[in-house]
Design a protein around this ligand. Structure first.
Ligand SMILES: [Mg+2]
Length: 182
């Protein structure tokens, strides 16, 4: 049996449309208040007598079943890292997923790639993959097309809108065309 392609999933942007305008939130989303440890640490750890403001995260519970119905093996590819399994997955009805652990984040790549791009190619190790993220640029897409040794789909998701039905359809069509499971 052929392995399924990997699906690298970013949280903020695709699952959490954090740029959607207040009052114009796409339908289906529920606002959750979260205070993950990494967020607290990033904002001073709540020391010095001030309280860290919790994060508001918008999530659509329908996204979990829709992701699981795709012919992929999902993997978290987010700065939430393992906290995605703790804070995000339960609201979507997803089981704990494997996690890409970053050696470094938010650095400037010499070729202008996103800081995740090379790490994801390395993780996928020649296996077909798709990647959904709000920060993908044509540099990443071109680099992956020229350099990655298997099929891959880099799909930019607008952070104003999050994942939409058309994106799920595109992922499915791509997988069926380029990474069919025998
Ligand atoms: Mg993002």
């Amino acid at each position: 049996m052929t392995e399924r392609p990997l699906l690298f999933i970013d949280v903020d942007g695709p699952l959490n449309p954090f740029r959607s305008a207040p009052g114009r939130r796409p339908s289906g989303y529920i606002a959750h208040t979260m205070l993950p440890d990494s967020w607290t640490a990033m904002h001073g750890g709540g020391t010095g007598g001030f309280q860290v403001r919790p994060l508001t995260v918008l999530l659509d519970p329908a996204h979990g079943p829709k992701l699981q119905a795709l012919p992929f093996e999902p993997v978290w590819a987010t700065t939430w890292e393992h906290e995605a399994n703790e804070w995000i997955a339960p609201h979507l009805g997803l089981p704990p997923l494997p996690v890409v652990e970053w050696e470094r984040t938010h650095f400037t790549d010499p070729a202008g790639l996103h800081w995740k791009t090379r790490a994801l190619a390395e993780y996928a190790a020649g296996r077909p993959f798709a990647w959904i993220d709000d920060e993908i640029t044509p540099h990443d897409t071109d680099w992956a097309r020229e350099r990655y040794p298997a099929h891959c789909l880099l799909l930019r998701i607008a952070p104003e809108l999050g994942l939409r039905d058309g994106d799920f359809a595109e992922l499915r069509e791509w997988a069926e065309a380029h990474a069919p499971v025998a």
